[in-house]
Design a binder for this molecule. Sequence first.
Ligand code: MP5
Length: 209
Amino acid sequence: MASLTCAQLLSNYPDEWQAATVHPFLQQCQQATITSEQFNTWLVQDYLFVVEFTRMAAQVLAIAPPAHFDTLLGGLAAIKDELLWFQAKAAERGLVTTTAAQPTCQTYCQFMASLASQPYAVQATAFWAIELAYNQGWQLHSPMPEPYTEFADRWGNVGFTAYVKELEQQANSALANATESEQKSAEQVFLEVARLEKDFWQMAFAAES
Ligand code: MP5
């Protein structure tokens, strides 16, 4: 059997991936009709998400082949800046980042932690899918008006796209060496990421004003 690739996952599940990357939350940011309650909910919950995504990045690095370190360490360096940026954005809006994670955010964070027991090919596929979801989601709704411009640019910029391409190549090389059952697991985690991304947008969109 030919090995699974990231491109195949995207072409096998177009509807699931579309639901993960096209959402009224992003559309209303682009139209500047999102409410501050909705946007602020996303901002705080996404900060809490990125804290746990940082742990996942460390987890992936811990089992990656040395040839993959450079890209992953670049990603971790970007996350270092991003955590500070999230805190600054929250402070500008007078938001507290020590609030509790909502159930949808908690579920996503638990999923990422659970990947620790998975083989590298599965974790590399999940890591790529999570980064691609934000790269495409924000890019598909770009450009955004102020004050959302910098948010769309953060994940939609060409440098981030190039980083996600490198993650795709690394996931593909891991999948090429994976067993059939590992490839099946990679397919399952891809679908899980798609579902969790859609739910995350919906959680913020549903925030009460
Ligand atoms: C990302 C994110 C991208 N910030 N939030 C969700 C729900 N999915 C993906 O991760 P990063 O570390 O911001 O690039």
